[in-house]
Design a protein around this ligand. Structure first.
Ligand code: UDP
Length: 234
C-alpha cells in the first residue's frame, strides 16, 4: 500500500492518502498532549505501543461483532483503515468514578458506580470538547438519534468485552472514550483504544497504567504503557 500525501495531522496521529479513495493510513506519533493541548510532551515509543494496542483491541472487538475501521497493520506505527467520516461526538463510558466525573459531581475517585454511565461530548477543541445531550446533538445535526443509539449500544457492548478481557489480566477498566465514523452509511468504531483514551488501573495495587501518569506527572509513563501491552499480548 503506497503512502500518499498527508491529509491531516492531529495531536497523536497523522493521516495519509493511499491509492484507494476509501482507504487511508494512520501513523501514530509519540506526541502527548493533555488539558486540551495546554500540556505537551513526548512519550517514547507511545506511537508503536498505541498502534499495537488499538489493533489488538479492535481485532478482539471485531470478532465479537463490533464493526470497525481497521483493515491491516502495516508497520510498527502504521495501520491501514477505512476512510470514515468521523461523527463529532466523543462517547465516554464509565465504570468507576475518575477525572471530570469526580470533579463535576464531587464524588471521590475510585468509587464504583452502581451502573455504567455513558456520556456524550462535542468533539471540538476550539470549545474544549464540552458535554452535550441528545438535544444538542440533534439541534446541531451532529448525528441522528438512531446513530446515537447505535454508538451507545456499541459502547456498552465494548465495555463488557474489554472489562472482562482486562479483568483476566489484572486490569480494571475505569473509563474510556470512543469515536465512531460513518462508512457506506453505517456507524463503525474508529480512532483508537489505548492508554491515551482509557483509564486503566492495576486491580491489585490500583496503580494507574494510563495517560493520567502523564497528565499528573506521576512518572514511569512509558513503563505503564509497555506493561499494558505486555499484559494484553504477552
Ligand atoms: N478522554 C479522551 N479524550 C478526551 C477526553 C477524555 O480520551 O478528549 C478519555 C480519558 O482518557 C478518560 C475518559 O475519556 O479515559 C474520561 O475522561 P474525563 O471526562 O474524566 O476527562 P479528563 O479527566 O481526562 O479530562
Amino acid at each position: 500500500m503506497k503512502m500518499g500525501e498527508m491529509l491531516y495531522e492531529g495531536k497523536a496521529k497523522k493521516i495519509f492518502k493511499t491509492d484507494k479513495e476509501n482507504e487511508v493510513i494512520v501513523y501514530y506519533k509519540d506526541d502527548a498532549t493533555a488539558f486540551n493541548g495546554l500540556k505537551k510532551g513526548t512519550i517514547i515509543n507511545k506511537g508503536i505501543m498505541n498502534n499495537k494496542i488499538t489493533n489488538f483491541f479492535f481485532d478482539l472487538l471485531g470478532k465479537q461483532g463490533i464493526p470497525h475501521h481497521i483493515i491491516k497493520e502495516l508497520s510498527d506505527r502504521e495501520v491501514l483503515v477505512k476512510k470514515v467520516q468521523i461523527i463529532p461526538i466523543e462517547v465516554v463510558t464509565r465504570n468507576i468514578v475518575a477525572g471530570s466525573l469526580s470533579k463535576n459531581l464531587g464524588i471521590p475517585e475510585g468509587e464504583k458506580l452502581a451502573s455504567t454511565v455513558v456520556e456524550l461530548y462535542y468533539k471540538n477543541d476550539e470549545v474544549g470538547d464540552p458535554p452535550i445531550n441528545y438535544y444538542h446533538a440533534k439541534a446541531m445535526k451532529l448525528a441522528t438519534q438512531e446513530q446515537i443509539d447505535t454508538m451507545e449500544k456499541y459502547a456498552l457492548k465494548i465495555n463488557e468485552i474489554l472489562s472482562a478481557y482486562l479483568a483476566e489480566r489484572g486490569i480494571l477498566l475505569v473509563d474510556f472514550k470512543l469515536e465512531f465514523g460513518l462508512y457506506e452509511g453505517q456507524v463503525i468504531l474508529a480512532d483508537e483504544i489505548t492508554p491515551d483514551t482509557c483509564r486503566l488501573w492495576d486491580s491489585k495495587t490500583m496503580e494507574k497504567m494510563d495517560k493520567d501518569r502523564f497528565r499528573r506527572d506521576l512518572g514511569n509513563v512509558e513503563e505503564a504503557y509497555q506493561e499494558v501491552l505486555k499484559r494484553l499480548i504477552g
